[in-house]
Design a protein around this ligand. Sequence first.
Ligand code: FAD
Length: 191
Amino acid sequence: MVEAAPSILSLQDKDISRRMQTIFKKKKVNIKTNVTIKKIIEAEGSIQAELENGDVLTAEKALISIGRTLNTENLGLEAVGVELGHRGQILVNDRMETNIRSIYAVGDVVMKYQLAHVASAQGIVAAENIMGKDLHQDYTGVPSCIFTSPEVASVGMTEQQAKETGIQVKTGKFNFMANGKASAWVREKAL
Ligand SMILES: Cc1cc2nc3c(=O)[nH]c(=O)nc-3n(C[C@H](O)[C@H](O)[C@H](O)COP(=O)(O)OP(=O)(O)OC[C@H]3O[C@@H](n4cnc5c(N)ncnc54)[C@H](O)[C@@H]3O)c2cc1C
């Protein structure tokens, strides 16, 4: 696994990222962070990935999953004067309004959190505002889940983000394996 950022799952709490790195290593996943792939070539039935630090990785297959691109070109947005940001992001305020009155945008194209339930919540805010209400989108408690094994779930700020905003943080830890129900489920999955 090759990751350009200094750690895997870099948007998650550092503890989670470190823990998942250990779990992956136990599963014999070789993780390289802080490095990018320069090129991938096919050689004698295998794939060779050349990294920018000179390392070469050989594998049967390569899976590239490095994000999504927005599809906001050719919609005529520039023609009506809708302000676009980086990579074609549609810029909106917390009422989901663009700079052009009566044009709203929600979902991945506003590049806030690219999650289905966030798109849905933004849609409600936009629809209510279109109908004359004054709703403001609040992102303080966005839940998210990563479908690794074990799964990772989070909501709200990470510990680091809370500290950066000056909040005094207390952390509590509980080993999920000590929870009978969780343990039963994990074993059932392993069968
Ligand atoms: C592989 C993958 C896994 C994901 N897993 C999760 C997950 O587990 N949980 C989660 O919360 N989110 C997940 N997401 C993210 C989630 O799918 C998106 O955040 C969500 O679909 C965004 O909704 P949207 O309405 O903004 O965009 P979309 O769902 O992409 O809908 C946009 C629609 O607009 C249509 N369209 C595009 N251009 C035009 C046009 N010119 N005219 C008319 N129609 C047009 C498209 O065909 C599409 O149907 C995942 C995304 C991917 C790619």
